[in-house]
Design a protein around this ligand. Structure first.
Ligand SMILES: Cc1cc2nc3c(=O)[nH]c(=O)nc-3n(C[C@H](O)[C@H](O)[C@H](O)COP(=O)(O)OP(=O)(O)OC[C@H]3O[C@@H](n4cnc5c(N)ncnc54)[C@H](O)[C@@H]3O)c2cc1C
Length: 274
């Protein structure tokens, strides 16, 4: 098995994690059991007890027009997708220019901005368990039930790249902190905002070591430099506890925590355990 040494304090957007050996997936025949697949770690918090990790090889970094559809390899970065669509005058992918990640991560998370989501134009995906049509995938707000490595996705092709939309998305982005983070920490509960609830329980801007929920946007857990996993997970659990005690709402993590103590159906992040 090919491996790559990755320093997660540099590779992950939240800049937390040790240097770890990550297995590179070149083809599904050699897919090892019990490994966790990462994308480009823009939504992941790596712990001090991570599971064995897997990453798609460069073989899956491509984008092409075929049979009047857009076919994108799952290791293709969002910036490359946005540039390709601009160059070929393709509509509906303008929002990915401000969404960090690779295609596999974007599809698995059903990433998006407001009503623009990566599933909007999706036709099908190819995974290690075979081809899946969109209508056979359960998906919603930052959620899909995909349970096999995504290798490629096929999208409807519509003409007309819209430069104005790029500007609108850029503006939306400008309200988010530029300090290292993993994007939104929690999913917004139905009819409310996680950031509002975090602010209401007095955690906005409060430092725990070098980590805090951002002053600019309370649902962004930010690293002010040398922040640690223990500080980050401490804040996540404190926010869940305080919000639950005050509002009886359990904040569900959007951030993916990769540490065996916080994964699986017994994770203390899933429901109140105090
Ligand atoms: C500053 C900032 C702003 C952000 N703003 C937004 C936003 O507005 N909207 C939004 O939706 N997100 C936002 N995010 C989060 C992030 O951009 C998305 O979640 C993105 O989809 C993560 O992609 P990734 O490749 O980094 O995936 P990772 O973070 O590496 O992984 C995320 C999940 O995807 C799974 N995954 C990755 N690749 C594959 C694959 N090939 N097959 C199956 N599963 C896979 C992983 O197992 C993991 O569970 C933001 C992040 C940052 C840092």
């Amino acid at each position: 098995m090919k491996t790559k040494s990755i320093n997660f304090s540099k590779f992950s957007s939240i800049m937390i994690g040790d240097t770890l050996e990550v297995v590179l997936l070149d083809d599904c025949e050699t897919l090892p059991n019990d490994y966790y697949l990462i994308g480009s770690c823009n939504n992941i918090l790596i712990g001090t007890q991570p599971p064995p990790l897997l990453k798609l090889s460069k073989k899956y970094d491509y984008i092409k027009i075929e049979d009047n559809t857009l076919k994108i390899g799952a290791a293709t970065p969002s910036g490359k997708i946005a540039s390709f669509c601009k160059k070929h005058n393709i509509a509906d992918f303008e929002f990915v220019s401000h969404l960090p990640g690779i295609l596999g991560g974007l599809v698995f998370m059903n990433a998006g901005l407001k009503e623009y989501e990566i599933f909007n134009n999706l036709v099908s995906i190819s995974t290690c368990s075979g081809e899946l049509l969109k209508e056979n995938i359960d998906f919603g707000y930052r959620f899909t039930d995909i349970n096999s490595p995504i290798l490629e996705a096929t999208f409807e092709l519509t003409c007309g790249f819209n430069k104005d939309k790029v500007e609108i998305f850029k503006k939306m982005r400008s309200t988010q902190p530029s300090t290292p983070s993993a994007g939104s920490c929690f999913k917004n509960p139905q009819g409310d905002y996680a950031g509002r609830l975090i602010e209401k329980v007095g955690l906005k801007g409060v430092l725990k070591g070098n980590m805090s929920f951002s002053q600019e946007h309370a649902n962004f857990l930010v690293n002010h430099g040398n922040g640690t996993f223990d500080e980050a997970i401490g804040l996540i659990q404190e926010a869940q506890k305080r919000v639950y005690e005050k509002f009886k709402i359990w904040l569900e993590c959007e951030i993916v925590v990769l540490d065996i103590r916080y994964m699986g159906k017994n994770s203390p992040l899933l429901k109140p355990s105090f």
